[in-house]
Design a binder for this molecule. Structure first.
Ligand code: PLP
Length: 359
């Protein structure tokens, strides 16, 4: 099956239209640039060429990220976080009012938000009681209107990975029918194999990666979509002309030099994740700690609202999962520094002692 069958799933008008062609797309840097209505002088103290529009896809960063993830540069699209890639996919593949995405709740909220903004429908196939996929139900729910299937692995907010073999079987079953989007925002914390390896064989597989989590660059807003070059080219047509700010690209390129530092920090997060999980389950008010391979844990409480208030009162923000199906009694706690995690435990333990004293 070749990639044309996948492009055929996209909105016909998007495939057909001629995109805006920016000055920087038509001509890359030459000696005298008088084609983009820029100011010829930089501001005082500017050493970063900020008077110039950035490269639409900064080539040095693209090459480096492509090498990091194991694809060709043309198979990688840099966006403002992987959030932008989710939005582009929904807009390119789902016709408003009739076509749909398929999601498996409880999962990351942006898939449904982007679908709602586009006016696409949302088909839901819940995860099972252990938060695994139910592939037979997913395939049964995939009517011809479903264009995109979102799988989040490790899943936010549950923290578990989806086995690669299961993803591959879905990709094979969906070939020619729908695009399988695998969101790997947290995969670096998991020591699990990436679905990137499936792209060559299954042109309907799209993988999302980000520098926001493991690389510690949430403020830079750099994410990547990995797919066949033709899919990347299609999405570029509907992307704004200069999506990646010069400074963000430079900061990302710098941070990517320090792979050792990144690995060290991931090691620390993993150790803290295990320590926090083991300590949390000992607390009386804690019913369950979901086994996580990410940099957060979902924790079920006898009284989640009380635990949330207790932490809030101590100046600690965690995420309530009250609106997630099957997790109404849970909080999602991001793994912090050892001191921060110890503070979480101290607050919840104090609450625990008080409750026991009262009863
Ligand atoms: C954080 C997150 C993202 C978005 O990350 P960006 O900062 O937009 O790159 C994507 N998917 C999931 C599951 C996330 O939790």
């Amino acid at each position: 099956m070749n990639v044309n069958a996948v492009l055929g799933l996209a909105r016909a008008e998007i495939r057909a239209f001629r995109p805006y062609s920016s000055a920087r797309m038509e001509t890359s840097a030459v000696g005298v640039m008088l084609n983009a209505n820029e100011m010829p002088w930089p501001n005082h103290g500017d050493t970063s060429d900020m008077n110039r529009y950035p490269e639409p896809q900064p080539s040095a960063l693209r090459t480096r990220m492509a090498r990091l993830y194991g694809v060709e540069p043309e198979q990688l699209l840099i966006g403002r976080g992987s959030d932008e890639a989710i939005d582009l996919l929904v807009r390119a593949f789902c016709r408003a009012g009739s076509e749909a995405i398929l999601i498996c709740p409880p999962t990351f909220g942006m898939y449904a938000v982007c679908a709602a903004v586009q006016g696409a429908k949302i088909v839901e196939v819940a995860l099972d009681e252990r938060f695994g996929l139910v592939p037979e139900q997913m395939l049964a729910a995939c009517n011809t209107d479903v264009k995109l299937i979102f799988i989040c692995s490790p899943n936010n907010p549950t923290g578990n990975c989806i086995p690669l073999l299961q993803i591959e079987r879905l990709a094979a079953a969906l070939l020619g029918r729908a695009v399988l989007v695998v969101d790997e925002a947290y995969i670096e914390f998991a020591a699990a194999p990436s679905a990137v390896s499936l792209i060559a064989k299954y042109p309907n597989v799209v993988v999302l990666r980000t520098l926001s989590k493991a690389w510690g660059l949430a403020g830079a807003r750099i994410g990547a979509l990995l797919a066949h070059a033709e899919i990347v080219a299609l999405l570029r047509k509907i992307m704004p002309p200069y999506p990646v700010p010069t400074l963000s690209a430079a900061v990302a390129l710098g941070a990517l030099q320090d792979r050792k530092g990144m690995s060290r920090r991931i090691g620390r997060i993993r150790r803290e994740r295990e320590r926090l999980s083991a300590a949390l389950i000992e607390i009386t008010g804690v019913r369950r700690v979901l086994p996580s391979v990410a940099n957060f844990v979902a924790v079920c409480f006898a009284d989640a609202e009380a635990a949330l208030k207790q932490l809030q009162a101590a100046g600690i923000a965690v995420r309530s999962l009250r609106h997630y199906p099957g997790l109404a009694d849970a909080l999602r706690i991001t793994i912090g520094t050892p001191e921060q995690n110890t503070a979480v435990l101290a607050v919840l333990n104090t609450d625990d002692r008080q409750q026991r004293a009262m009863s």
